[in-house]
Design a binder for this molecule. Structure first.
Ligand SMILES: *[C@@H]1O[C@H](CO)[C@@H](O)[C@H](O)[C@H]1NC(C)=O
Ligand SMILES: *[C@@H]1O[C@H](CO)[C@@H](O)[C@H](O)[C@H]1NC(C)=O
Ligand SMILES: *[C@@H]1O[C@H](CO)[C@@H](O)[C@H](O)[C@H]1NC(C)=O
Ligand SMILES: *[C@@H]1O[C@H](CO)[C@@H](O)[C@H](O)[C@H]1NC(C)=O
Ligand SMILES: *[C@@H]1O[C@H](CO)[C@@H](O)[C@H](O)[C@H]1NC(C)=O
Ligand SMILES: *[C@@H]1O[C@H](CO)[C@@H](O)[C@H](O)[C@H]1NC(C)=O
Length: 648
């Protein structure tokens, strides 16, 4: 008996011990797995230096309130990580002041290099894959020991090791020719400005320099570019805090900003195979006023006007970087060439150098309009942008030194992250519509048009959109030629569906709503700050199944003919109730933000739902896909349908 009791005590202790041990292990491992210590470190490092205040507003008018959110919210812990800087190898030859030289003249014993001139070809019978993709390469000119002056803007460099091994290297580089040597067009423009500047009344109109990074929300800029931000703030850049996207991705927002066109209505561009040459891009107006024009995008295939589009048949601007991007990328996405390095630099550094060189050869001779867009550095990875903080700060510093009183400088983005783990959080929803946006007008313009600066400051806390940016560029245009600068502003567009647009230099109405700003409902962030989570199984099922039915309805034709499979409701990720709504059908309804997961694709979707007191359901705006559909919908081309379809 005693012995039995002893055994039992023994069993019991072992059991307790095991239970404790397992619990302990569980606590330790779960701590280990779920705690992101880098996040803690990051928050400590950054949040002290940034003075955001919860409860502050980006926009605080009676018609629209957008609250400041915490950029270091725990929702980013799932995704924040250490960033790694990209390093590039020294190339065998490099291009300095138009001359290709061996890095070390002794290298010539090791290897021989030659270069091809690269020229863009205007294709007569173009297709989507030839129009903006065709280059002509000259034969390969030998590079002598003493170096060789290049005769084309863009070059391909090929090296072959001497001796038996005969390894080969390929590289690319660019040199910017001054406008007098660049083309007939730029020479003509230069002559115009020479004559103009001889006149006594001549005042040189300001240049426009736009630097844009793809997919960076305002909060992500706060997280990633703190030095750059501080630099902008102390140098009189004005932040447009209520700047809201009007289209899903880069293209519609650029069509608005550069062409003044609204989503889904491009009379100049009806199908993907139509060239974009006939669209009314504002650089054409600047060019008509003899501005020298230029554009650069680091990526060839993800480029704004070329991703799933035909792009331009004729070169659209005077200085057009694209042929080089086509040469170094082929039609690969980004890493394609040399782990992202070109001419011994990262693609970001290469493009920045191109812009610096452009500015330095043009600035004292003629005003210019220059648009640049950086896609490869931060499009896919949440952490990569941080590495470029000092790079952008230093470059903006240089631009300001040389162009501070010469150019209107914009440092902007188009939208926040659109896909992935982070986008599936509420902060991701909030950020997606609110890109960072900074603009600085030169002191001389500020002095001549004091109301412009005054209004700019007021508008920095009003609701604004890419269409307003277009109106702003139109105002800058009026500073050239003899035309009077805009005094009374009426920027009504030709499109009757348009609500009025306002240049940043006139006061944007206090009572502006998303609707009266041309901002589609699903991108509107007015009032989205007072959300509270809802736990209601009935509601969850009701909205979840409704959303999936809606989606199946949109792709019904494709389901019927077995291109896509019919989706089923899997679960609701969250339901959040808008506690606050402005100037829309008032008391009889409630709005919810709902995210839903579908099977079999595991696709996640999000939409704003309105439920009326009689039980009726309405999708407000459109349903968005919020995780990546890469590889799931290759059977379709239509970008809208692609986001819903799971190919059979
Ligand atoms: C390139 O040219 C600039 C201006 O002409 C000059 O200041 C610079 O020293 C030159 N660089 C080299 C490496 O020759
Ligand atoms: C820009 O050019 C287009 C086409 O030539 C013209 O219709 C438009 O009025 C111009 N815009 C301005 C602001 O001059
Ligand atoms: C805003 O106010 C102006 C005049 O004060 C008025 O004409 C306009 O209709 C108002 N807009 C909205 C959207 O309420
Ligand atoms: C849950 O949602 C349903 C459908 O809208 C509603 O009828 C019900 O009252 C809600 N339940 C609670 C507890 O709020
Ligand atoms: C389904 O219809 C589309 C046109 O709507 C057509 O392009 C496609 O080939 C059809 N697919 C099948 C499997 O019939
Ligand atoms: C909304 O969806 C419709 C089709 O359902 C589409 O034509 C339209 O372009 C979409 N609008 C936006 C803003 O995505």
């Amino acid at each position: 008996m005693k012995r039995r009791r002893n055994i039992c005590v023994y069993c019991f202790s072992v059991l307790i011990f095991l239970t404790l041990g397992i619990s302990f292990l569980y606590v330790v491992t779960s701590h280990y797995y779920y705690k992101n210590t880098y996040y803690d470190y990051f928050v400590k490092l950054r949040s002290e230096s940034h003075g955001f205040k919860l409860g502050d507003y980006l926009v605080n008018t009676n018609a629209c309130k957008i609250v400041e959110m915490n950029p270091f919210d725990p929702s980013i812990a799932v995704i924040i990580n250490e960033a790694t800087a990209q390093t590039c190898e020294e190339p065998l030859v490099h291009l300095v002041n138009g001359t290709l030289m061996y890095n070390d003249p002794h290298d010539i014993k090791e290897a021989r290099c030659c270069y091809n001139e690269i020229h863009r070809v205007t294709v007569k019978d173009y297709t989507q894959w030839t129009a903006d993709w065709t280059n002509r390469y000259s034969f390969c000119h030998l590079i002598q020991k003493q170096g060789v002056r290049v005769r084309s803007e863009f070059v391909k460099i090929q090296c072959k090791e001497n001796g038996r091994q005969s390894r080969t290297w390929t590289d690319f580089d660019v040199t910017v020719f001054p406008p007098e040597d660049h083309s007939e067009e730029t020479e003509v423009k230069l002559n115009y400005w020479e004559k103009e500047s001889a006149k006594e009344s001549f005042i040189k109109p300001p240049s426009v320099l736009i630097l844009g990074i793809d997919s960076i929300s305002r909060l992500h800029m706060i997280r990633s570019l703190p030095q750059t931000r501080t630099f902008l703030e102390i140098n009189d850049f004005v932040e447009m805090k209520g700047y809201t996207k009007i289209g899903e991705n880069t293209f519609p927002n650029m069509m608005a900003a550069l062409g003044g066109m609204k989503l889904d209505d491009y009379p100049c561009w009806r199908t993907r195979s139509t060239k974009l040459d006939d669209c009314p891009f504002i650089w054409k107006n600047f060019s008509d006023r003899n501005y020298i024009t230029g554009s650069v995008e680091d990526s060839a295939s993800l480029a704004n006007f070329n991703y799933m589009k035909t792009g331009f048949v004729r070169q659209p601007v005077d200085y057009y970087f694209r042929p080089l991007a086509v040469a170094y990328h082929g039609n690969k996405n980004r890493e394609g060439a040399f782990r992202g390095c070109v001419g011994g630099r990262t693609q970001t550094d290469l493009v920045l150098k191109y812009i610096q060189d452009f500015v330095s050869v043009v600035k004292n001779k003629a005003p210019y309009f220059f648009w640049s867009w950086f896609t490869t550095l931060a499009h896919d990875d949440f952490n990569d942008l941080r590495v470029f903080d000092s790079v952008f700060k230093n470059n903006l510093h240089k631009f300001l030194e040389s162009e501070g009183d010469n150019a209107v400088i914009l440092f902007i983005s188009d939208h926040g992250y659109r896909f992935g783990t982070f986008r599936e959080t509420y902060l991701g929803y909030y950020e997606e519509s609110l890109p960072f946006f900074f603009i600085r007008i030169p002191p001389s313009v500020k002095q001549r048009y004091p109301s412009w600066y005054k209004n700019l400051k007021i508008n920095s806390e009003r609701l604004t959109s890419p269409l307003d940016l277009h109106a702003t560029l139109e105002d800058i245009l009026t500073l050239s030629s003899n035309q009077k600068a805009h005094q009374s502003f009426t920027h009504y567009n030709w499109d009757p569906g348009f609500r009025p647009v306002y240049s940043f230099f006139e006061e944007t109405p206090e009572n502006r709503t998303c609707e009266s700003s041309n901002i589609p409902k699903q991108y509107c962030r007015c009032g989205s700050n007072f959300l509270k989570s809802v736990q209601n199984q009935t509601l969850s099922l009701l909205i979840g199944t409704h959303m999936i039915n809606e989606i199946n309805g949109i792709i019904s034709e494709k389901i019927l003919n077995r291109t896509c499979v019919s989706l089923r409701f899997k679960k609701t990720l969250y339901i959040k109730q808008f506690a606050y709504r402005i100037a829309e059908a008032a008391s009889v309804s409630t709005d919810y933000l709902v995210a839903v997961e579908a099977s079999p694709s595991d696709a996640t979707f999000e939409a704003r739902y309105r439920i009326f007191s009689n039980g009726q359901l309405l999708v407000v705006g459109n349903i968005s896909r919020i995780n990546s559909y890469q590889g799931q919908s290759d059977c379709l081309n239509d970008p809208l349908l692609k986001s819903f379809c799971y190919c059979s």
